[in-house]
Design a protein around this ligand. Structure first.
Ligand code: F3S
Length: 273
């Protein structure tokens, strides 16, 4: 079998998992350790953390002085850090370096009194966190329609950043609207290539093997997307969650099998499969 070049965790999530697991190994006295929101959308990983005494809270107010809270790779708004300090909570910050860079950009722009535009989904935790680094002053544009609305009023060369996992085509169409409306801006294309690279290597591999196995949690949308891509290139494609999937037995008949895992699939599950 062949494992796709860009399979499984991206660099940022791998780092977050490593840091969280290292934290889980530590025994603490008088304090508990939590993640604030699930670290990733994979039950095996969240179960592992749970078994190692790392609980999950939804809000910082659920923790107390002396506790340790793991900040996810999506990042958190500025006030989260201030509040943690005030409450005597230790933070283990796994914010992806690419996300942290966006925080710096918008914070600096805001300090200079400039407008900020975040191209991304308003309900995504990464976008909410980013907005929290410019006093929640950013205009959040999700679509071409949002951009058309935005350019109706006057703007003074806003700084434009993007959610790291946002679709490049939508960012381009939004920028097109700006250009056509004669709206000047400074664009920092902060879309991360990890998703694009994974999807591309999925399509390439699926096209040259006899059969393709996509490994992911049934709740992981990026894994399901990979399955769609694989299926388009190779009709002998299956989606499995773990080694217990019966479909795998039938696959023994194929000579050359391609394997790819979604962004939230841990290495040990890939190995078992
Ligand atoms: Fe992953 Fe960081 Fe990119 S979390 S998707 S490497 S922005």
């Amino acid at each position: 079998f062949i494992i796709a070049e860009h399979s499984g965790f991206c660099f940022g999530v791998q780092r977050a998992i490593d840091m969280a697991f290292a934290e889980a190994e530590k025994t603490r006295e008088g304090g508990s350790t939590y993640t604030c929101g699930p670290l990733i959308h994979n039950r095996a990983v969240t179960d592992y953390l749970e078994q190692h005494g790392v609980g999950n809270i939804d809000d910082l107010s659920q923790a107390k002085s002396g506790d340790t809270v793991i900040v996810r790779s999506h990042g958190e708004p500025k006030e989260f850090y201030l509040k943690a300090e005030e409450m005597g909570i230790t933070l283990v910050d796994t914010t992806c370096v690419f996300v942290a860079k966006i925080h710096k950009l918008v914070e600096a722009a805001n300090a200079e009194g400039r407008e900020v535009v975040i191209v991304g989904s308003a309900v995504h935790p990464e976008v909410t966190a980013t907005n929290g680094w410019c006093d929640y002053s950013a205009a959040i544009l999700e679509s071409e329609e949002d951009a058309l609305e935005y350019v109706k009023t006057e703007h003074n060369r806003p700084l434009v950043v993007a959610q790291t996992t946002f679709k490049a085509e939508i960012l381009h169409s939004i920028i097109d609207v700006f250009d056509k409306a004669g709206c000047t801006y400074e664009l920092k294309n902060t879309i991360c290539n990890a998703t694009r690279d994974r999807q591309q290597s999925c399509a390439e591999l699926a096209a040259k093997v006899d059969a393709m196995v996509v490994i992911g949690d049934t709740h992981s949308s990026n894994s399901k997307k990979l399955f769609e891509i694989a299926k388009k290139e190779n009709k002998n494609s299956i989606f499995v969650q773990d080694k217990f999937d019966n479909q795998l037995k039938e696959f023994a008949k194929y000579n050359k099998i391609g394997v790819i895992a979604g962004a939230s699939t841990p290495e040990w599950i890939i190995k078992e499969v």
